[in-house]
Design a binder for this molecule. Structure first.
Ligand code: RP5
Length: 265
């Protein structure tokens, strides 16, 4: 299942690094199938990506040998003859060509753990562990990019730990890890596919695997210590009421609403 098309955040300048980096793409010309000869996207790849760090592809997409067979949840990658060997975003035009802040041509794979508890003392309302992103200042699922060769189950726990469990005290750290052993032992798949992320471009986009982890042990639910780290300034329990859902980054709201529905079923 896909987020509601056409993507909107991937056409926005919501991310601070994309200010002035997008041509306006109206709803009715997002689809590649709609001819638009005058389409003039802004070419933009951030200098940190052009420097070819280990997490990024070669500057020229034609130099990435395995690109045509790169795995995507959205089907086989599509290459248009005029696109210099660059794959096309399956959700349509974004107003930006190149890779922006993303390292890979085509899909950039992420994993998102939605860790939920019933709010202590409430009548059954849910809360989730959320982090405040450094880049946009929005609340988000504590997810992140899958490292090369890493199994998604490891990414889910690693990213949660890096972003929400930045705990130094050895005793507290051991308790946190023991809690994660219990929490991450059983997850439910919520979504696999493209994310409407404000960093997406015509040629590079984020795809994610989202899992729900429901905490049913009251002792764990009330004693799990949360400390923001890595690219998160804060980590805390976020109320999943309208205000909490509306504050979420990208289209994380869609994933979280699915998770709530599954938790309640
Ligand atoms: C989101 O970007 C994904 O759903 C995931 O939460 C996140 C990965 O990017 P970083 O947090 O590593 O920047 O769209």
């Amino acid at each position: 299942m896909a987020p509601t098309p056409p993507h909107t955040l991937a056409r926005s300048e919501r991310h601070p690094a994309y200010a002035g980096k997008r041509a306006l793409v109206a709803d009715d010309v997002v689809a590649w199938a709609t001819p638009w000869e005058a389409y003039a996207p802004v070419e933009y790849t951030h200098e940190s990506v052009l420097a070819e760090p280990p997490w990024a592809d070669a500057v020229d997409a034609k130099d990435v040998a395995e690109l045509p067979t790169r795995a995507s949840f959205e089907g086989a990658l599509v290459f248009a003859p005029a696109d210099k060997g660059r794959p096309r975003n399956p959700r349509g035009r974004t107003g930006t060509t190149g890779r922006g802040l993303l390292g890979k041509w085509g899909p950039n794979h992420a994993a998102d753990p939605i860790v939920v508890r019933v709010k202590p003392g409430s009548k059954g309302e849910y809360e989730m562990v959320a982090i405040k992103r450094n880049d946009t200042g929005e609340w988000a699922i504590p997810g992140g990019m899958v490292d090369p060769g890493e199994h998604v189950s490891l990414t889910l726990r690693r990213e949660f730990t890096e972003e929400a469990g930045n705990i130094e005290d050895p005793k507290e750290r051991a308790e946190f890890e023991a809690h994660l052993d219990a929490i991450f032992a059983k997850g439910r798949l919520i979504y696999e596919g493209s994310v409407d992320d404000p960093r997406n471009t015509d040629n590079a986009w984020i795809e994610t695997t989202v899992y729900l982890f429901m905490i049913t042990d009251d002792a764990i639910a009330t004693s799990l210590k949360l400390v923001g780290g890595d690219d998160a300034t804060q980590a805390c329990w976020l109320d999943l009421d309208e205000a909490g859902l509306a504050s979420l980054y990208a289209d994380h709201r869609v994933f979280v609403e699915r998770a709530i529905a599954m938790a309640a079923a």
